[in-house]
Ligand binder design. Sequence first.
Ligand code: AR6
Length: 231
Amino acid sequence: KTQETVSSSSGMPSQKIKVSEDTAPGSISQDESDIPTLAFPSISTADFQFDLEKASDVIVGKVEEFMDKLGNARLVLVDLTERSKILSLVRAKAAEKKIDSKRFFTFIGDICQLYTKGGLCCNVIANAANWRLKPGGGGVNAAIFNAGGPALEAATKEQARSLLPGNALVVPLPSTSPLYSKEGVTHVIHVLGPNMNPRRPNCLDNDYVKGCKVLEDAYSSLFKGFLSIAN
Ligand code: AR6
């Protein structure tokens, strides 16, 4: 057995994984970069002002639902700082449900620099998008469109011009995008979550019955989209 574990949740750079459990000497070991990995931000919980307790229940519930469909793929919830409340809530709830921490874990860092700054290989990243699929606007959307460059904007436009709440759009990234060449990201999945911010379009006015349903749909679309390219 030569398996090292990923340093989850600590914000420390993860180690290169060598998976060669129970294999014969000399057999090929799998490098971490071969493991399909989706890094995703917590959808709707910053600019869209969605309740963090409720969002963490939705995230952990959806992760649990998709666990046995993952195969060897991994899901990683990312946020910028170690003080992230959503990361602590999700970590605690995932531990309670005994979710396999090799298949799902949290990571601290900029989702646009997970490999170069954090040593974590993620071939797919998700974006908390706006309905027009436009760059800018702050948050993770501005960061991803910035890092992806004009190639990401063009590739997104080729796929769609808008997105409905609860939906996700898989965009293959051209190799000319710096996110591809530097970070190893082959696809960006744009996700539009429910909005509770009265200053943004489609505000749900604190209707959390509808809001939770839309957030569940958003994560289902995201994970299905990821699985469609992962396997
Ligand atoms: N890396 C990782 N996580 C990040 C990063 C980053 N670079 N930047 C932010 N986060 P938000 P929303 C985390 O506001 O609430 C945009 O303007 C952040 O801490 O980006 O779905 C769009 O155009 C939080 O946990 O998305 C939409 O109009 C999470 O990402 C609107 O905001 C989501 O925060 C969407 O709002």
